[in-house]
Design a protein around this ligand. Structure first.
Ligand code: HEM
Length: 347
């Protein structure tokens, strides 16, 4: 029996079903990368999983040894610095791509029913990714990690009603210590990956079920063919994109490898505490308000973002053709960017 017929007999695959599954029609505008940005965070997540698994071979989640194990990875393990840098850079690219993907979905208003639930899956994915960043940053157990945990869990503690319980739950007690590191390690390497894989599964299932929205562009001829097949056309476009993003990722990691700061010291508060750039707007907001408003603001923002498809529908009903949602989006983006820039230049 030949290899092909052995495989066909012992591992039968329904050819018809496979063709049906991969022959999904893709709208023409997804030939351009900026319209198909959803794929980028997906590849970055795969890179995160692979490089993260490599890091766990050497990482020790103990307050006494965590920093030393990262020191070992960065300065002694073969290519450890490169793997660590790729892990850090791909998390940044993932968040940047997510922001752009969200903006494209927002401004093309493709969150409208029936894609409302998929928008909510998206917001959940965004929050999970931010939590990935926060927990990962803390695992290094350098000064900034320690103080980010301190400030971050303090902010969680100011959440109305459940705050004190939430902070104790995340910390594993009333202060940062071994329990906190154990929990952050568990969140970062087990719980968050599980949740994000489930949420990506739901997101992709719904994209498949509804299809990607077909957008109309100015100057497009009516007779033009509106779609092209996923396999092989779209897959090839995506492969080219993956190659370009991977070259970009490796170049960034080679040119700007991740550094290591001072080890965590609970007795010395650093002069300037700075989180990662994607927390800058919230950090600046917290500085210009008090703790209660500082926490309530982002919570309200997240709720608005989550239920946006229905809020936008409501605006459309009372002010039809006024594009209120669009202008709220522009105002929101400008405000967030202003807070981001303010924090970049502030000392
Ligand atoms: C790990 C995170 C995510 C992955 C892997 C992902 C993946 C994708 C992919 C592959 C598409 C197909 C079209 C495209 O590429 O633009 C898509 C569409 C969509 N995404 Fe995401 N996405 C993620 C996060 C988000 C976020 C944060 C939001 C919004 C808050 C969102 C909302 C949507 C919506 C509503 C669609 C349908 C758009 C349409 O039909 O035109 N996604 N996503």
């Amino acid at each position: 029996m030949g290899l092909a017929s052995w495989l066909k007999r012992s591992f039968p695959v329904d050819q018809e079903a496979l063709i049906r599954l991969t022959a999904e029609p893709i709208p023409n505008h997804l030939k351009r990368w900026w319209w198909a940005l959803g794929g980028t965070p997906l590849y970055m997540f795969v890179v995160q999983v692979i490089t993260g698994l490599m890091l766990i071979f050497y990482y020790v989640p103990e307050t006494e040894s965590a920093y030393k194990s990262i020191e070992y990875i960065t300065y002694q393990a073969d290519f450890g610095w490169l793997i660590r840098s790729m892990h850090r850079w791909s998390s940044n690219i993932m968040i940047a791509a997510l922001l752009l993907h969200m903006m494209r979905v927002f401004f093309t208003r493709t969150y409208k029913p029936p894609r409302d639930i998929n928008w909510m899956f998206g917001v959940t994915l965004f929050l999970l990714t931010l939590f990935f960043g926060f927990t990962g940053y803390s695992l290094v157990y350098e000064q900034m990690s320690y103080w980010a945990m301190k400030v971050g869990t303090g902010i969680a503690g100011a959440t109305p009603i459940i705050g004190p319980w939430l902070a104790d739950f995340i910390r594993g007690g009333s202060d940062i210590g071994q329990n906190t590191l154990t929990r952050f390690f568990l969140f970062h390497t087990v719980l968050l990956p599980l949740l994000i894989v489930m949420a990506i599964g739901g997101h992709l299932y719904l994209i498949r079920a509804h299809g990607v929205s077909e957008l109309k562009f100015e100057g497009e001829k009516e007779t033009e063919k509106k779609t092209f097949p996923l396999w092989p056309d779209h897959i090839f476009t995506e492969l080219i994109m993956v190659s370009i993003i991977m070259i970009m990722l490796v170049t960034l990691s080679l040119l700007f490898p991740v550094e290591l700061g001072e080890p965590a010291n609970p007795n010395v508060t650093p002069l300037h505490i700075k989180p990662e750039w994607y927390f800058f707007p919230v950090f600046r907001w917290l500085k210009v308000t008090n703790l209660t408003i500082g926490v309530l603001g982002p919570l309200v923002f997240i709720m608005i973002l989550f239920f946006w498809p229905y809020i936008d529908k409501f605006f459309d009903k009372i002010w039809p053709d006024k594009e209120v949602g669009f202008w709220i989006g522009v105002a929101g983006m400008l405000t967030i960017n202003a807070f981001l820039v303010w924090e970049i230049f502030a000392h």
